[in-house]
Design a protein around this ligand. Sequence first.
Ligand code: C5P
Length: 427
Amino acid sequence: MTPKTRVLLGVTGGIAAYKSPDLVRRLMERGADVQVVMTSAAQRFVSPMTFQAVSGRPTRSDLWDGTAEAAMGHIELARWAEIVLIAPASADFIARLAGGRADDLLCTLCVATEAPIMLAPAMNRIMWANKATQANVDTLIGRGIRILGPASGNQACGEVGAGRMWEPAQLAETLLAPPVNAGLLAGLNVLITAGPTRERLDPVRYLTNRSSGKMGFAVAEAAREAGAHVTVVSGPVQLQTPTGVTRINVESARDMYAAVHRQVGDADIFIAAAAVADFQPVKVAKQKIKKQGGSVQLELEPAPDIIKSVADMAKRPFVVGFAAETNDVEDNARIKLKRKKLDMIAANEVGDGIAFDCEDNTLTVIWPGGKMDVPRGPKVEVARALIALIAKRLPPPDGSPRRGARKRRTAAALPRDRVRGRRPRRV
Ligand code: C5P
């Protein structure tokens, strides 16, 4: 019999706590042994007895409970856990964890454990968007804590937006699935472009393309999962920013070029997934262009080639391009790899119903001297495969003329596990 994964499930005070007993069952169905620890606020929503009944273990909540401590002290409990999951994680708990507090049992366990910690935030959408909450989440991500969700949708308070706890089934699956690319890009800075650009013709019209930005955002999510600090420079898209990713919104190719060059000095890896316009109007009309009965001539000039400008930098990051092609995908991609002096290119076929605005994608990844096909799958899975390939192809940290920030990081600034040469603890 395979040993059970020991999950310490922390439940904090929020209405989503009513789903946590179901989460216990889902985790147990997937072979976990679950010990529930509740905060005092959580007990106002669900009774400790409910969790005891479903988990088969006495629910813990009090740091000062002599009997429970005698059975398994809090340090022992912190060591017992192989994974710590806090679901729901309230805004208050997130703030307390970010502050390193150890004034109740659950906070103390989080400070005392060496197990990976994951949080499933659940709160009102405005509380989630609040700058203090977001800063706390950033702090926690920087410490290697993984944030699962939140999802968007109807909220218990009657509002609609981001702040719903992930469903128990999704949490259980994510938690107990094997780690993906954990720590592969730990501590590196990754800059990504995503989405289309809009080139204005007049105050009401623009030229654009069908890019949804989904692939670029999936790459951002996958890079974040791999432990990188990720910034996305995004054209106009209707997508939620992945948790822990910094987003800079731009409109035109010119704006995107400027935003990229403001950030790229610190980047270790630059991934250009945006469908940047190749041409921009020479002049933007100040007033709406009027119909005059006949045809209209638009004068277009080449838009700045962002990726090429980055690849031409003397101290450049590792540069990865995308090539969306309607025909001769691989040949065209190889030409671009060479012409734009890229380190790697991810090529895919586009056209009606393929790749653009779809949930799935397939890639042929090419680099000087090598190639790999990534089979069709959800964009985030394809993105994970691409990130794994990038990590493999990155030059070693020392002696590389390419890396800026990476070389500048001292051993003290690197995650502990990286310095020791072990895989970081992230799951
Ligand atoms: O030349 P083409 O547009 O096909 O090249 C695709 C690659 O170049 C993509 O990685 C795209 O993001 C990038 N690109 C760019 N700036 C442009 C045009 C394309 O960064 N103006």
